[in-house]
Design a protein around this ligand. Sequence first.
Ligand SMILES: Cc1cc2nc3c(=O)[nH]c(=O)nc-3n(C[C@H](O)[C@H](O)[C@H](O)COP(=O)(O)OP(=O)(O)OC[C@H]3O[C@@H](n4cnc5c(N)ncnc54)[C@H](O)[C@@H]3O)c2cc1C
Length: 494
Amino acid sequence: MTLQRREFMQASGATVGALTIGELDKIKRIDEHEETDDAERWDIETDYAVAGASLGGCISALITAENGLDVVLLEKGPETGGTALSSAGGLYIIGDGPYDLEHMQEIAPDVDNDLGEALANNFTETIEYLQERDFPVEPLPWRDPDYDVSIGASYEERREFFDHFENEFEGHGGEVYTDTPAKSLVLDTDGTPVGILAENRETGELLSVGASDILLAVGGFQAEPGMKVQYMGRDADNVAHRSAPTVTGDGLRMALAAGGRHSRSMGRFFGHPAPWPPLPPQYDIDEHYEEDLDLVWAQHSLGFFTSDTVMLNHHGNRFVDESRGSDIINQEIAEQPQGYAFSVLDAELSEEIDDIETIDEQGGNVWEGESLDELVNEVDGLAARAVHTIEQFNTAIEEDDDTLLTIPRESERHPITDPPFTAVQFTAGVAQTHGGVDIDTSGRVLDCSGSPIQNLYAIPGTAGGVTRFTYVGSLCQLAVFGRLAAEHVVDSAS
Ligand SMILES: Cc1cc2nc3c(=O)[nH]c(=O)nc-3n(C[C@H](O)[C@H](O)[C@H](O)COP(=O)(O)OP(=O)(O)OC[C@H]3O[C@@H](n4cnc5c(N)ncnc54)[C@H](O)[C@@H]3O)c2cc1C
């Protein structure tokens, strides 16, 4: 029986992973219904193949194209931009500039010194690069307007940024293929990556791209339930993605299949608590891509207020010092039983928070009770012990006796005493994964011995390890490492 192309791809592990040159040739023959060995191996041959039209993928593609390299950009979704399109558009490093290693260590004691220094030292030049090419970037008033910029405050402005990229890139001979996910790396007989096998989602046709160098800029694994369980917590398949629905760990799988090693911090990520029930994983991109991005935007900040409240897990226990911030609470939620937690407030707190009404209107779970007993009784999935935990918390705060707390509470020390009481259910929301494949300061993917894998590059969120759990800014990491990878590719080619 002759294998169909899809069956062969699945059998050979080629649906997101790596395949050998020999397997590619076999797929091509099946695809072209040819019995002979002389099918053309590559549909396209190029100097630099970039998978993922994220901010970093786009910058990397443009720099290499400007330097005379032949560049192909493959994007799984219907447009360039990825999650940056539904972000707040802030291209910044946390804290005030100028930025250097000392600054990075101050804002993030868990920073990797090499990657952190590369990020800080190359940030301003990366912004200057965009300004010199007339990208529509403006000073960022809510960070440090002397150093940080916005790539657009609205979807339309951010779209303009990426349209400008496309014009510049195509003006330098670059080619963008949307709706064309990279499925597998193609490895030479000695294991060196020499190409990408991609698939046109509309026609089902394969596109084999032979490339001297390859960049994986396809984001992390926040929209892939299985990988969230693997790395973040046993119930983390319930955790929501705060990203394009296309960010499903394809880059990490491909890099590992080519011999790449994991970075540190695989279970850590950036985001904020997301209302429960979470956005379901969207496997049908065509149907859900825009709707999903709209919801990601609408729900992004709804969990900010949790740092003022008492957070309880399913068993009715506190599990984090809430005053450390909603991004820290968020990472802890992923490890709680069933992947959710409850934010409990009294009237004094809840009166100031409009977001609770918004969560209610959007179908999130919100309960109210005149007493703590009544509230806890109402809430589905919260153990009765919650009443005892809150009362003990109140006593500790009122008597300023922290020995009563198993988990401290550094600041925002409000007792929960003023009825009516409110509980809001949250899961975690992941905008960017902190862990991924390990890279060096040029974005080269490292193998298990720490040596660079020839021809293969990755940038955060496909790559990880810049920090362990502290947020230093996301778009800055993509932009800088996209540029550093491009510069290394250009230098190696010349
Ligand atoms: C509401 C909101 C506001 C935010 N505001 C800010 C902010 O102001 N500043 C900031 O720094 N960060 C912000 N962030 C975070 C930031 O936007 C994300 O962390 C960042 O965009 C994630 O980048 P990424 O490369 O990991 O993924 P993405 O930007 O999503 O890029 C990955 C791209 O690769 C594509 N892709 C996936 N698989 C494949 C494949 N197999 N082949 C080809 N292409 C593939 C995807 O479709 C996507 O286009 C915000 C996030 C949200 C949700």
